[in-house]
Design a protein around this ligand. Structure first.
Ligand code: PEP
Ligand code: MG
Length: 593
């Protein structure tokens, strides 16, 4: 029994046989052909392009129906490239001038393209290399007649093991057959992680060596919460995991009954549970899970699958769809938080040594005001359709906040001149995710309508721990006393200024922290839709008094691990059925074994 530790990106436990998707290249037969066969090669190539395009179109339409238009748009890039006249000319030239077989011409031309993209200074192009390999594999499988593994057509439940999934593989995932995903590369914000999470498939990324350790057919246990994969578990561990898997399914069904119940503590304090989303279609799921609105809409995902920045109308269409689906409930639209771990648009930015500390997020928007205004115009236009609020990310000084507000005001004036309607009283807030603002929140509170604590980045910047690097993942914790003090500071300042302070990082969706956050005074949490029912159930089982008592105990402790143990024990005291506890025990048991 081997245990591999990675980064959990989508929670849940699953047991199934492994299906290893190897990166082996498809075997290319002969490299050159006789002159009299060149015409046949050209025709073979044309048919392969036509058949592949047909397949991609079908995949795009299916994906758009299941996961929304933005995800389906991944395939527009594939279609565009596959039918690019210049690329087709290159294929044909290689066949004509070098007498290459169709498959070898495809291989050579696309490898050259991939090399150009790999070396590109812009991360957007570097990210597209995976798409080029995806296209290559599709064309080669048509040309060589080799059967390509179709993830959308699996007939038995599996846990997928891969170095990474291609965008088309990720988009065709079928939850009933793909019980889990374990991949070598990637961070929390990779395409694979985002889509696995929105489909509710347990997933672990950053698993170095998983491809070598696991063979197709091996029994695997995946624990998406702990970020662990157990290879070849013993019978006892398998039985325990299967039991947990079933219990988890039953538990989720039971929790869904709480959907219309309030998130009210036993002593009558109402907590507002909002959802974090990346795509408009996620609104329906969030509502089914009982969200009272969208507390964080990460709009940078509009860049997913597009080879050019979204237009004002693209932004507007996405926002209008979110607002329509919300039917009156509020949405906080966060302005573009591009760069570092988020998609970088085609802006030809120079590479940076420390992208997390570089020209990203609000800094990038202020440096590219034309791009920023395109988004602000769309948000303002959409603001007349429902309860819309704007939130600026990663503000680190007052100047940035004022500049962002100035650009917003300027955009309002443009709309006034053009006689375009918008809500001039739109609420404007900012994220507190840099220690400089958490340390002195008052001036920011005075110039905004609300603050939202982004604990993911606040932890990263306070503790100097890269949030996506598995080698330092054990240092990344919200239980650090310094992080807890910063949260308390922001919350207290908000109360004094009578402004709402919420928290929208992953800490908010982790039951270990619920009592502490309430005890520190927070009353609004914005979390992954999947976590809402469970957090609500916990809130309904505790009193605010208990939370406040716990918070004051925590504030006396100076070590993160002591704090975490205390939080965990306390949560289990009021919420003994919580399945994750069993899951972590299972992992510990396995580790000892
Ligand atoms: C955060 O930093 O906590 C946050 C919610 O934003 P993101 O994860 O998108 O950076
Ligand atoms: Mg952030």
């Amino acid at each position: 029994m081997d245990i591999l530790q990675g980064i959990g990106v989508s929670s849940g436990v699953a047991v199934a046989k492994a299906l290893v998707i190897s990166d082996d290249q498809l075997r290319i037969g002969s490299h050159t052909v006789e002159s009299k066969k060149l015409e046949a090669e050209r025709q073979k190539l044309q048919s392969a392009i036509t058949a592949s395009s047909e397949e991609i179109r079908e995949l795009r339409d299916q994906t758009s129906r299941r996961l929304g238009k933005e995800t389906g748009a991944i395939f527009d890039f594939h279609l565009g490239l596959l039918n690019d006249p210049e690329l087709i000319r290159t294929f044909i030239n290689l066949i004509n001038s070098q007498r290459y077989s169709a498959e070898y011409a495809v291989y050579r031309a696309l490898r050259d393209y991939a090399k150009i993209f790999t070396d590109h200074s812009d991360a957007y192009f570097r990210d597209r290399v995976k798409d080029i390999f995806d296209i290559e594999r599709r064309l080669l499988s048509k040309l060589t007649g080799a059967e390509r593994l179709r993830i959308g057509e699996l007939t038995d439940p599996v846990i997928l093991i891969a170095s990474d999934l291609t965008p088309s593989q990720t988009a065709s995932l079928d939850k009933t057959m793909v019980r889990g995903i374990a991949i070598e590369s990637g961070g929390k914000t990779s395409h694979t992680a985002i889509i696995a999470n929105s489909l509710g498939i347990p997933a672990v990324v950053g698993l170095e060596g998983v491809i070598r350790e696991v063979r197709t057919g091996d029994i695997i246990i995946i624990n998406g919460h702990e970020g662990r994969v157990i290879v070849d578990p013993d019978t006892l561990t398998i039985d325990e995991s299967k039991f947990l898997e079933q219990r988890q399914i039953r538990h989720a069904t039971e929790l869904d009954r709480l959907r219309d119940e309030p998130a009210r503590t036993k002593d009558g304090v109402d907590i507002t549970l909002m959802a974090n989303i990346e795509f408009p279609h996620e609104v329906d799921y969030a509502m089914r899970k009982g969200a009272m609105g969208i507390g964080l809409y990460r709009t940078e995902f509009l860049y997913l699958g597009s080879d050019k920045p979204p237009s004002e109308d693209d932004h507007y269409a996405a926002y209008a769809e979110v607002i329509r689906r919300l039917a009156g409930k509020p949405v906080v639209i966060r302005t573009l938080d591009l760069g570092a771990d988020k998609y970088s648009p085609n802006l030809n930015l120079p590479p940076e040594a420390n992208p997390f500390l570089g020209c990203r997020s609000i800094r990038l928007c202020l440096a590219s005001q034309e791009m920023f205004k395109v988004q602000l115009r769309a948000i303002l236009r959409a603001s007349v359709l429902g309860d819309v609020r704007i939130m600026f990310p990663m503000i680190c000084n007052m100047m940035e906040l004022r500049q962002a507000k100035y650009v917003l005001k300027d955009t309002m004036e443009d709309l006034d001149e053009e006689r375009i309607a918008y809500n001039r009283y739109i609420r404007v807030g900012m994220m507190v995710e840099v220690p400089s603002t958490a340390l002195m929140p008052k001036p920011y509170l005075r110039e905004t309508d609300f603050l939202s604590i982004g604990s993911n980045d606040l932890i990263q910047y306070t503790l100097a721990v890269d949030r996506g690097n598995q080698r330092v993942a054990s240092l990344f914790t919200g239980a650090h006393p310094a992080v807890i003090r910063l949260i308390r500071r922001v919350q207290r300042a908000g109360r004094a200024e009578v402004k709402n302070v919420s928290l929208c990082g992953e800490m908010g969706g982790d039951p270990d922290y619920t009592m502490l956050l309430l005890g520190l005074g927070l009353r609004t949490l914005s979390i992954t839709p999947n976590n809402i029912p469970e957090i609500k159930q916990l809130i309904r089982e505790i009193t605010l008094k208990q939370c406040e008592k716990l918070a004051s105990k925590v504030l006396k402790l100076e070590h993160g691990h002591l704090i975490l143990n205390l939080l965990h024990d306390e949560m289990r005291r009021y919420h003994p059925d919580f399945y994750r506890d069993d899951v972590s025990k299972l992992a510990h048991h396995s580790q000892e074994a």
